[in-house]
Design a protein around this ligand. Structure first.
Ligand SMILES: Nc1nc2c(c(=O)[nH]1)N[C@H]1C(S)=C(S)[C@@H](COP(=O)(O)O)O[C@H]1N2
Ligand SMILES: [Mo]
Length: 522
């Protein structure tokens, strides 16, 4: 029983520390909360294959699972500290100091950390140590009294507690006192954690006024979604747009103090405020983004209307000096992306976007400004929460993912996805439609073909053309006969190049292969 109470003392010390840290972080910087700081460091240190496995296995739940794991490991270690607390209190205290110290170091070693980011971990340290000392003492006292109640003064002669073993009610009183303290710590911790969460959630981004585009996009045509049910809409609503980043908390950037710095191998480095950036000529473009982690048939793809400043306009303002070959972009949290300068300057609509689907960027999609590079996977051209552009060389500087052996130049591979019928679904026999989307950004989709069972590849009907940087909807009417059927799809770009049929994993330059779904027709 005493062991249990000691272990519980350790666990509650950790809970109190984590909660205190979370509360303080809520007021200072949400990302510096101890569990989040450790979690972010774990994300950065995780070897690429493990990261890919986690994304493939857990999908967008990967971050929740990671934080859960950090929490569980911490609680287990804290339970050990609790067990040590009776005979070796200094060691147990040292253990808690070490754990919270690690969290503090993790917070301070984040790329864009400020000294203040250590405060939440210091609060965790204080709350953790105080709780441990207090509860462990109560646990030992209650145990000593209960041992005393059972066996009188012979009980546990090595006990290092000075409590007087009493007869009768003593054990019950001691246990009650411990239980009361444990419940108290739990209640206060829950309040602190919830408070911290509410406080960080209350941070919002400001509303900004976006000028109209000087160079507007054509009105979006009506998509196939009006006639093929279950097909992805021609434009992805912002709230349905996939989100991929390394952040455990979404940066809420203060637009008034935000700046975009342009430097490196340039003649005239300069800095722009948001108003100055937004005052430059704006273009509006329909562009489909894809994540390199998207598996064949996956959902890490979205199509939106972007409003922004041409990246070349900004670079030309600075004037390129020497022979840089990459644009290194940095986010407010220090995350970096390399984009090949040759790609940026080949005439495509690479831009610093400030608007998405007719509104300012949302916090999750990079407010106040992000890069969009048509034709390249997001990890080489779509930096969110952008704050710095540096012209440099691949030889001199490497970015977050290239340091982790991902490709440097990563054009999006041609692919097609079946949206309807859904994999492994059961549908009614009779006339229906097979439909989905296909993409070959910056080359354009030429045709999409479908194969049913062992039949021939049949050309599908394509939806409206929104340009080579955008995806294309497609469908094929199908008279479905009862039974189990296999449906495959393949896309070919406008140059006649069919998508790669060989299966490849997302690492290091994007997945390939033909999607095949199985459906039951009843
Ligand atoms: N600052 C920052 N920008 C980032 C990332 C990131 O982790 N941090 N991830 C990139 C990746 S891998 C992709 S696919 C796109 C996703 O953009 P979205 O979340 O708006 O869809 O953002 C890119 N920009
Ligand atoms: Mo990505």
């Amino acid at each position: 029983m005493m062991r249990l109470r000691l272990a519980l003392s350790g666990i509650l010390a950790a809970v109190a520390g984590i909660a205190a840290g979370h509360l303080v972080a809520g007021f200072l910087a949400p990302a510096s909360s101890p569990v989040l700081a450790i979690g972010s460091t774990v994300i950065d240190l995780t070897p690429t294959p493990v990261k890919e496995w986690a994304i493939a296995t857990f999908g967008t739940n990967d971050k929740l699972i990671l934080q859960g794991s950090v929490l569980v490991v911490t609680l287990v270690l804290a339970a050990v500290a609790g067990l040590l607390a009776r005979r070796r209190l200094p060691v147990a205290v040292g253990f808690i100091v070490l754990l919270t110290g690690l969290a503090g170091a993790a917070a301070l070693l984040r790329p864009a950390a400020r000294p203040l980011d250590a405060l939440p971990s210091l609060a965790a340290m204080a709350a953790g140590v105080a709780t441990l000392v207090w509860l462990a003492r109560l646990a030992a006292t209650s145990a000593a009294t209960s041992a005393g109640a059972r066996a009188g003064h012979e009980a546990d002669s090595s006990s290092d507690t000075d409590a007087e073993p009493r007869k009768g009610e003593g054990s019950v009183t001691g246990r009650r006192r411990f239980l009361g303290a444990a419940l108290g710590v739990t209640a206060v911790s829950v309040l602190a954690a919830v408070g911290g969460q509410l406080r960080s959630g209350a941070q919002t981004i400001k509303k900004v006024v976006l000028p109209a585009a000087a160079d507007k996009a054509k009105a979006l045509p009506t998509g196939l979604e009006t006639k093929v049910s279950g097909i992805s809409p021609l434009r992805t609503p912002t709230e349905k747009f996939y989100r991929v980043d390394t952040n455990l908390t979404v940066p809420k950037v203060d637009v008034d103090s935000w700046t975009l710095e342009v430097g490196g191998m340039v003649d005239k480095p300069f800095t722009l405020t948001f108003a100055e950036l937004a005052a430059m000529p704006l273009i509006e473009r329909d562009i489909t983004m894809t994540c390199v982690s998207n598996e064949v048939g996956g959902g890490y793809i979205g199509a939106a209307r972007w409003l922004g400043v041409r990246l070349t306009d900004v670079l030309d303002k600075a004037g390129i000096k020497g022979n840089p070959d990459q644009v290194l972009s940095t986010a407010v949290d220090g995350f970096t992306i390399s984009t090949p300068l040759g790609v940026v300057r080949d005439g495509r609509d690479a831009m610093i976007a400030i608007g998405m689907n007719g509104a300012q960027l949302t916090d999750t999609h990079g407010f106040p400004a992000r890069l969009i590079t048509p034709g390249l996977y997001g990890f080489v051209g779509a930096t969110k929460w952008l704050t710095k552009l540096t012209l440099t060389t691949y030889a001199a500087d490497q970015s977050y993912w290239t340091k982790r052996q991902w490709a440097t130049d990563a054009p999006i591979k041609t692919s097609a996805r079946i949206d309807t019928p859904a994999p492994l679904s059961t549908i009614q026999a009779g006339m229906t439609a097979i439909g989905g989307v296909a993409w070959a950004q910056h080359r354009g989709v030429g045709k999409v073909e479908v194969k049913i069972d062992d039949g021939a590849w049949q050309e599908t009907k394509l939806g409206p053309d929104v340009g080579i940087d955008y995806w294309r909807q497609w469908y094929l009417p199908w008279d479905a006969k009862p039974g189990l059927h296999r449906i495959s799809v393949r896309a070919t770009d406008l140059k006649g190049q069919a998508q790669i049929t060989a299966r490849a994993t997302p690492f290091p330059s994007g997945s390939s292969g033909i999607q095949e779904v199985v459906v039951t027709v009843a």
